[in-house]
Ligand binder design. Structure first.
Ligand code: ADP
Length: 253
């Protein structure tokens, strides 16, 4: 219970102590609020695909819905549930100290190209142009799997929120001991008021729309955590209707 406050309107040491105690209580309350909000979000996010699956299984059993259609939805929702659980596990690991990142020298351009290749099919299907401009010499010291996840999440968003016939550019440069990756899309953009919050867990600009697009709302929170652990910088720039640029900076070797 953090609701206790010390009332001491004095300017001496006791007054200062009371003041410190009260502001500590306030920040603990905020942490507690965040934790509660997070748990509520997790429950909601897990329950939604589960209730779809339950509902469609029942409908199939009663014969009110075609098996093929029901199974397709159950499959889609179970995939979603799997993504959510995986993302939650990753976040829990990143936020705790039990799984430190495992650093090794990485040819950054090569890693990025490998991730891009895995998106080739969807990029072709969506008719999106990918333009690459990469400094092949850039060597960083980082966790390969985690950085792969960063690139994957950023590219996944760029593709997800960019309509057909538009372009995504991927640029890697090195300067003064830093490697800088910019993934810039010509998609729908993020309103200025949401720009900071989208890096928070489960924050979405448009809940209904992003649910349909299959996101978990955890992608950018994971990116933030991973880049933090690399003592790097992660920034987002965006203009509604024009596009979004995600920039990450990591020290080179
Ligand atoms: P999601 O899984 O919903 O994409 P993220 O954490 O990756 O979750 O992103 C949070 C929100 O930020 C998204 O729901 C979307 O509203 C917005 N967003 C992220 N990347 C982009 C982008 N490239 N263009 C437009 N909106 C974006």
């Amino acid at each position: 219970d953090f609701s206790k406050r010390i009332h001491a309107n004095r300017s001496d040491e006791l007054g200062q102590l009371a003041h410190s105690f009260n502001s500590l209580s306030t920040s603990l309350e905020k942490v507690e609020d965040k934790r509660r909000e997070f748990l509520a979000n997790v429950s909601h996010e897990l329950r939604t695909p589960l209730s779809y699956m339950k509902g469609y299984a029942e409908a199939m059993e009663e014969g009110v819905i075609e098996q093929k259609k029901g199974l397709a939805i159950i499959q889609k929702e179970s995939n979603r549930l799997e993504r959510l659980v995986n993302d939650l596990l990753d976040l829990a690991q990143l936020e705790g100290d039990s799984y430190p990142i495992q650093r090794e020298p990485i040819a950054f351009a090569q890693l990025i190209s490998e991730v891009i290749e895995s998106f080739e099919l969807i990029v072709t299907q969506k008719d999106i142009r990918l333009v690459q401009n990469m400094d092949e010499e850039s060597i960083i010291y980082g966790d390969r799997d985690r950085l792969e996840q960063v690139i994957r999440n950023l590219l996944d968003n760029a593709i997800r929120y960019t309509p057909a016939n538009k372009q995504i550019s991927i640029a890697l440069t090195t300067d003064h001991g830093w490697s800088e990756l910019i993934i810039a899309d010509e998609g729908i953009g993020i309103p200025e008021k949401d720009l900071k919050a989208v890096k928070e867990r489960f924050y979405r600009v448009n809940k209904a729309r992003t649910r349909n697009s299959g996101g978990t709302g955890l992608g950018l929170a994971i990116v933030s955590q991973i880049i933090n652990k690399h003592d790097g910088v992660f920034e987002l720039y965006s203009k509604v209707g024009q596009g979004t640029s995600a920039k990450i900076r990591i020290k080179t070797i």
